[in-house]
Design a protein around this ligand. Structure first.
Ligand code: ADP
Length: 641
């Protein structure tokens, strides 16, 4: 009976990924084997995990492993595992598409001329790397619990076929029809080449990676004694990897290269980790942790999807939870790695994990260790810490909001950009540089550095020679709700409330000026009553005529924009318009109002001042058409005049 062969087209992105992988990684062709062994090991993990609740899926005594088989004559290499296998849906989903939702973005980034290998590494090359070395790939697979074997086949040129095949046992066997190796390229049918790659990239894989090897051994006589001068070829299955989970080895026995390789396997990240944290906890609760701080931001990190921890939980060598959210708080969700303990049951359920005191204790200890490591890095390797902070600082700052008990120690680890002459400063650094007379840490939030840097709020601070911290991460708005002081010094937003910066004398002077202009301010306020709750004189400004301020406890413009961005319906808050009493425009308005209190110009100019201040903080005029009309009229008038 002939089985039906179905043809399918690859999703368009697959073709692009394929050609990128082939062209960018031609120097690192060896990694195809690492990727396929890594997939096989994942498939074995999945089976072992499922078998915890369905023991019949893994008959007692059955050994799990990966087998390599190379044939120099047919130029084929097979990688077989007795893991979970794939059914029809798995095949079409996994080997016909690119799973990551960020693929489009990734491909566009590459086209814009990003570093090929770096970006590809962030994406994870996976199965498709097989086409770097093969012109035909066959996957024969049978999923556990089914008895339907399937054969997937492709030359990597746009299409693949799937057909049913009989007689397959559980697991997956991938056959690569290797292309002729060119001068200087490795021949993947050679035992020593494969052995070298496995020991370099896959030594710690927890399952045996085996291969049948032929050795010439001395011939033995019937008594088992060596016959001198005579040898024979003996073939035997040999395990090529040490299989020792890296974390169970002592720190001094593990090289940086091995850590980096394990991290790659675990995190699918091409670049080495920024920091490795490997420790054993002993005493009442015993566990081993091998954690990594990534050197770069993973693809899609922070893209909407629910934040997930990247740390796997093992109980007595068995992975019981791949991304175990309970092991770390959300604000450390970028940390990668493995935790193993013997103090939890093997069949521990999600629910148990959530309220388990041991898991809580492990979390506490991991957090402490990670924060210690960060502290040391900040103190001793500032440049490195800055790289780390640029990638993950915005995540860590969530801790200031979510973990009140950690607030003090976390605040020490935060870096901030600011108006001063530095790339980043700590709060301690800022505080120690505060000149005499400055009593608060001043901060300004905004969508980006350029907008904040151009803010009129900085003028008064510049005039005084005081530094201001720029808070431009979306999370900063929430952080400031909780982080109201540092080491006894209040943290003050520049755009909110009364800053009380004036001396008694200056205050008196301002009050007098304000009183003299009282009628004008009242008229202005009335003419803009829908947008403004108060018009007053300010000591914040040096060059600009006006700035918008929030009442104490009100929402900042940036906060409003963010809430709207998040889909919330927030009405325009009433703002306070502060005017610079020494600005010629304000003084001119005062004169005009004194002569002709009913002049329509007063209202028009008030609106222009308001709109101008609004644009300065990154907003748009309430009525852009009206704004342009007024501006045009003014320009025409000034040209005539
Ligand atoms: P990744 O491993 O990064 O998810 P791959 O392209 O390497 O991406 O593999 C895609 C998917 O195909 C895997 O996530 C897995 O579900 C499936 N897969 C690949 N190889 C195997 C295998 N040997 N056994 C079972 N499933 C596999």
């Amino acid at each position: 009976m002939t089985q039906k062969v179905e043809s399918h087209a690859f999703q368009a992105e697959v073709q692009e990924v394929l050609s990128l992988v082939i062209h960018s990684l031609y120097k690192d062709r060896d990694i195809f084997l690492r990727e396929l062994i890594s997939n096989a090991s994942d498939a074995l993990d999945k089976l072992r995990f499922e078998a915890l609740t369905k023991p019949e899926w893994l008959p007692e005594g059955e050994a799990l492993g990966v087998a390599l088989d190379a044939n120099a004559e047919t130029r084929t290499l097979t990688i077989a595992d007795n893991g979970i296998g794939m059914d029809y849906g798995d095949l079409t989903e996994n080997l016909g598409k690119v799973a990551s939702s960020g693929t489009r973005k990734f491909l566009d980034a590459l086209k814009e001329g990003g570093e090929g290998p770096e970006l590809i590494g962030r994406f994870g090359v996976g199965f498709y790397s097989a086409f770097m070395v093969a012109d035909q790939v066959t996957v024969e697979t049978c999923k556990v619990g089914t008895d339907k074997g399937l054969r997937w086949q492709s030359d990597g040129k746009g299409e693949y076929t799937i057909e049913e095949v009989d007689g397959l046992s559980r697991g997956t066997m991938i056959t690569l029809h290797l292309t002729e190796s060119e001068e200087g390229q490795s021949d993947y049918t050679q035992e020593h080449i494969l052995r070298g790659i496995v020991s370099r990239y896959s030594d710690f894989v927890e399952y045996p990676v085996q291969m049948e090897v032929e050795r010439s051994e001395p011939k033995l006589d019937s008594d088992g004694k060596e016959i001198e001068g005579e040898t024979e070829m003996v073939s035997s299955m040999e395990t090529l990897n040490s299989m020792k989970p890296l974390w169970s080895r002592s720190k001094s026995d593990v090289t940086d290269e091995e850590y980096a390789e394990f991290y790659r396997h675990q995190a699918h990240d091409w670049s080495p980790p920024l920091e490795t944290i490997h420790f054993n906890a002993e005493g009442a609760l015993e566990f081993t942790a091998l954690l990594f701080l990534p050197g770069q931001k993973p693809m899609n990190f922070g893209d909407g999807a629910a934040p997930k921890s990247k740390v796997s939980l093992y109980v007595r060598r068995v992975m019981v939870q791949k991304e175990c959210e309970e092991l770390l708080p959300v604000w450390l969700r970028f940390v990668q790695g493995v935790v193993e303990t013997a103090d939890l049951p093997l069949n521990v359920s999600r629910e148990t994990l959530q309220s388990n005191r041991r898991v809580e204790q492990i979390q506490k200890s991991l957090v402490r260790k990670i924060m210690d490591t960060m502290g040391k890095m900040l103190e001793k390797e500032r440049e490195k810490y800055m790289v780390f902070w640029k990638n993950f600082g915005w995540v860590i700052k969530e801790g200031l909001y979510y973990a009140p008990d950690k607030q003090e120690s976390l605040a020490e680890l935060c870096l901030f950009e600011g108006a001063g002459d530095y790339e980043y400063t700590t709060l301690a650094g800022y505080k120690s540089a505060m000149p005499e007379g400055q009593e608060a840490i001043y901060v300004l939030t905004g969508p980006d550095r350029a907008t904040v840097e151009a803010s009129a709020h900085l003028e008064g601070m510049r005039a005084k020679g005081w530094d201001v911290l720029f808070l431009t991460d979306p999370v900063d708005e929430w952080v400031l709700e909780r982080l109201t002081e540092y080491d006894g010094t209040p943290i003050q937003r520049l755009d909110k409330g009364d800053l009380n910066l004036e001396s008694e004398e200056e205050k008196k002077d301002l009050e007098e000026k304000q009183e003299a202009a009282g009628d004008l301010l009242k008229t202005m306020q009335e003419s803009m009553s829908g947008s403004v709750s108060e018009v007053r004189f300010s000591s914040r400004l040096a060059e600009s005529p006006a700035v918008l301020v929030e009442a104490e406890g009100g929402m900042s413009a940036h906060q409003v924009r963010m809430m709207r961005h998040a889909g919330q319906d927030v009405p325009d808050p009433l703002r306070i318009l502060e005017l610079n009493p020494d600005h010629p425009l304000v003084q001119g308005l005062q004169k005009l109002h004194a002569v002709d209190a009913g002049s329509p110009r007063v209202q028009e100019f008030s609106e222009l001042l308001f709109d101008g201040a609004m644009m300065r903080e990154g907003g748009v005029p309430k009525n852009p058409a009206q704004f342009q009309k007024l501006l045009t009229e003014l320009m025409v008038a000034s040209l005539k005049g």
